[in-house]
Design a protein around this ligand. Structure first.
Ligand SMILES: C[S@@+](CC[C@H](N)C(=O)[O-])C[C@H]1O[C@@H](n2cnc3c(N)ncnc32)[C@H](O)[C@@H]1O
Length: 234
């Protein structure tokens, strides 16, 4: 996918996670205490990670997994603990470096391997995978871009694609409009609330997803965190 709109969005997201939010994100994903609201987000994210991991094989020896938009690498770590050969990529070099440092310091010996990279998850050079996981890494893109990104990833994926989207709910719609009151410079890139049916239709219209089918789906809602996990498989 090479559209200008996608590149503009990607560059806003990269700037946000690499500069504006890198410190807050490092703290949220650490073991340090956080405020009450962020604690609900942390709990929701932990639940989401467990859900996605429960949809992957227990024994991942000999399997390649792409942690697409890996952030500080928590999911990559768990997959490598199961023996997977993981590629963990993120747009933010700062977060990728933090992930690599944390994992090297805290888990020097893993049954599997993790190769970290800074860049676009859609890069063809990353190769082919058995499983691809996009945990909350597509939530800032609109439905057509999510569908195109997943179609691009599907061409390189043997078994399953696991991803999350921000479901369109009245609460999210309200938060979205409140977000507009803040000065532009303080705002994160807006979430793109998605209707599951519209996303399913967009995915079914992608030729690269012919032969793929929707599998398990699970919504996680914890305080200020709401996200919907979805499995697609061949
Ligand atoms: C909300 S964070 C989630 C990080 C991680 N998956 C987790 O759950 O802890 C979204 C991440 O996706 C990354 N991201 C967004 N678009 C990307 C792209 N096209 N290629 C690689 N990473 C991307 C962002 O840089 C950001 O670190």
């Amino acid at each position: 996918m090479n559209s200008t709109a996608y590149e503009q969005r990607r560059s806003q997201i990269a700037h946000y996670f690499d500069r504006t939010a890198a410190e807050a994100w490092a703290r949220l994903t650490s073991n340090e205490p956080v405020g009450r609201i962020r604690a609900t987000v942390r709990a929701g994210r932990d639940q989401m990670r467990s859900t996605l991991l429960s949809w992957l094989p227990e024994d991942m020896r000999g399997l390649r997994l792409l942690d697409a938009g890996c952030g500080t690498g928590a999911l990559a770590l768990q997959a490598a603990r199961r023996g997977a050969e993981v590629v963990a990529i993120d747009l933010s070099p700062t977060l990728v470096q933090l992930a690599a440092e944390r994992i090297a310091a805290e888990h020097p010996q893993l049954p599997g391997t993790i190769r970290f990279a800074a860049g676009d998850m859609l890069a063809a050079e990353l190769g082919h995978f058995d499983h691809v996981v996009c945990m909350d890494s597509l939530i800032h893109y609109d439905t057509p871009h999510i569908a195109q990104a997943l179609a691009t990833l599907a061409e390189r994926t043997r078994a399953s694609l696991l991803f999350t989207y921000a479901p369109r709910t009245p609460l999210l719609a309200a938060m979205h409009s409140v977000g507009r009151l803040f000065p532009r410079s303080d705002r994160s890139p807006a979430l793109s609330p998605v209707r599951g049916e519209a996303l399913q239709a967009a995915l079914q219209a992608e030729p690269a997803l012919a032969g793929w089918q929707a599998g398990r789906t699970q919504r996680i809602a914890s305080g200020f965190y709401t996200s919907q996990a979805w499995e697609w498989h061949r």
